[in-house]
Design a protein around this ligand. Structure first.
Ligand SMILES: [Zn+2]
Ligand SMILES: [Zn+2]
Length: 232
């Protein structure tokens, strides 16, 4: 109730405009919500961009652990950028309805290759979780579980705080930096096939570090699933 009142106060002070058609009223108006189907991305290797398959290409597989990636739209899509920013950095949870509806429409093309997956997420560090209030990656995992009818479980947690990606230069985000960042949740059994979720795939370093940990502990397939993918 309190948060609803706060939302109303915020709306009165800062009128909202639909991110798609700019009509005043909501973050995305009903008309846009019902039909927003962004152009699907070209299927390609998530790491080098080689076109043709969502699987990690043979060359990239040599030092990568993630087997492939399904994502909703490129992060270059101005609309998705606005939505994710409002969600992540301004804590606007009305964005979630937009994602859920659009993901449902995109489910066929976002399906991972057939396997009995368990869904999990790349976890945020606890201190960042406190500042953001909720873990977006975990939310994406919940949606993926619902969309594909798969079990969801937290398999991985963070061991130590890492510098926020936007604060480090690209050069610093190399292989090795993410080593020993994650550990398995105590008492879990690593499934053979894991659908690993995050909100945005950027360089893939973080997701691949989690994939590595899972594979080193017995997983056979790790398929990535994100809302957006930036160019690395
Ligand atoms: Zn609209
Ligand atoms: Zn590649």
């Amino acid at each position: 109730m309190e948060s609803r009142l706060r939302d109303l106060a915020v709306e009165a002070l800062f009128p909202r405009f639909c991110v798609a058609c700019r009509r005043e009223g909501a973050l995305m108006c009903q008309a846009c919500l019902d039909q927003w189907t962004p152009v699907p991305p070209q299927v390609s290797c998530a790491f080098c961009g080689r076109v043709g398959s969502p699987r990690t290409c043979a060359e990239c597989r040599e030092d990568r652990y993630l087997d492939g990636l399904s994502y909703f739209v490129p992060y270059g899509n101005a609309l998705i950028k606005d939505l994710i920013k409002s969600w992540k950095f301004h804590g606007d949870r009305s964005v979630e309805e937009v994602f859920v509806k659009s993901l449902r429409r995109a489910t066929p093309r976002m399906s991972p290759p057939l396997a009995p997956y368990w869904v999990t997420h790349v976890p945020l560090h606890e201190s960042r979780l406190r500042s953001r209030g909720f873990d977006q990656a975990q939310q994406v995992a919940t949606w993926a579980g619902e969309l594909f009818g798969l079990p969801v479980e937290t398999l991985v947690r963070r061991k130590q705080k890492t510098i926020q990606q936007s604060q480090t230069s690209h050069e610093q985000r190399r292989v090795g930096e993410m080593d020993h960042v994650f550990e398995l949740m105590p008492g879990i059994v690593v499934p053979d096939h894991v659908l690993l979720c995050d909100d945005v795939f950027t360089s893939g370093t973080t997701m691949d570090a989690a994939a590595r940990l899972l594979k080193e502990n017995g997983a056979k397939t790790i398929w990535g699933f994100t809302l957006a993918k930036g160019s690395s």
